[in-house]
Design a protein around this ligand. Sequence first.
Ligand code: ATP
Ligand code: FE
Length: 369
Amino acid sequence: RVVLGIETSCDDTGAAVVDETGVILGESLHSQKEIHLRNGGIIPTVAQQLHRDNIERVVQEALERSGVPPTQLSAVATTVKPGLALSLGIGLEFSRRFVRQHNKPFIPIHHMEAHALTIRMLQAVAFPFLVLLVSGGHSLLAVARDVDDFLLLGHTLDEAPGDTLDKVARRLSLIKHPQCSTLSGGQAIELLAKEGDRRRFAFTTPMGQIYDCCFSFAGLRSQITMAIKKKEEEEGIQPGTLLNCVNDIAAATQHTVASHLAKRTHRAILFCKAHKLLPSSNPTLVLSGGVASNQYIRKALTIITETTQMQLLCPPPKFCTDNGVMIAWNGVERLREGKGILSSSVDVFYEPKAPLGVDITAEHTCPTS
Ligand code: ATP
Ligand code: FE
């Protein structure tokens, strides 16, 4: 079994051919990151046009590199939810034409399910496991019980941590820093934080008095923005021109984001243990999504998993951010279990908003540290 995966949910046009054992036969990725960085954020119509310009070439490249002709494909898997409507539309439109032309089964993919399952392509991880997904558009804790069966323990109430880091980076004009000109906001903050002292700024970790597993980053972002404004005013300089304490702000920002993620995850682990949602031997936490590339955040979660006797697994950065490989692998997993496979003629629509799994966020609280 060989699956072609196609990803266009946000700002990466990705395609890959993956076989049933998880071998990547061919892949191609076109990132729009630099253009969106220059625009100061993603403009949906710009992202759409870039996907349109690149999708044909990216898919052709992945197929050519794999040496697998379309006739030999077992199925085509494509992200159809959640994401930017205009971006999702391009991948879906392309896939619809492709599966009809080659008469192949079609597997619609949930982007967050794909992020959660990527680790299973890289190593043996049995269901159920706990997963923390942190990215540009999401922050969620879920128990992965099967390929298509997730128990949602917590999600963000406002913005996602990657979005917060990107906005703080933009507020500080980090793109103008020589070392940061091609880095995403999160990457720039990680780099600058290395030379910073987090204790110079004290930001409050969000939701300290709310005993559930949800997240919130908008309040933290306004704390950070106010601290930046105060410094700029003290120094009598224009907004976005702060230089001397940028490293300290980056370090404090990264630390507070890590602390929030770690505390909510700790509570989720205790909840899972209390309700026997995870196996007693070798229970696992999987960390993924773009923000999971951050070494400081990984370290914070390592401390939590060590104190709770959990195993922490995290795909390498390349597989934490968006790519076609994870979509193809999700297709392989679904094909193997015969779940959600459609004939080439069935009409599928994209869904910009789509929660992952069964939502039990409102049903539990678990008071702990
Ligand atoms: P979603 O998966 O929710 O649809 P997305 O696809 O835009 O969102 P990803 O590609 O998974 O998100 O991740 C991109 C985000 O990850 C950006 O917000 C970026 O700032 C953040 N990020 C990337 N590298 C790092 C890092 N080293 N530290 C912190 N954040 C990072
Ligand atoms: Fe993503």
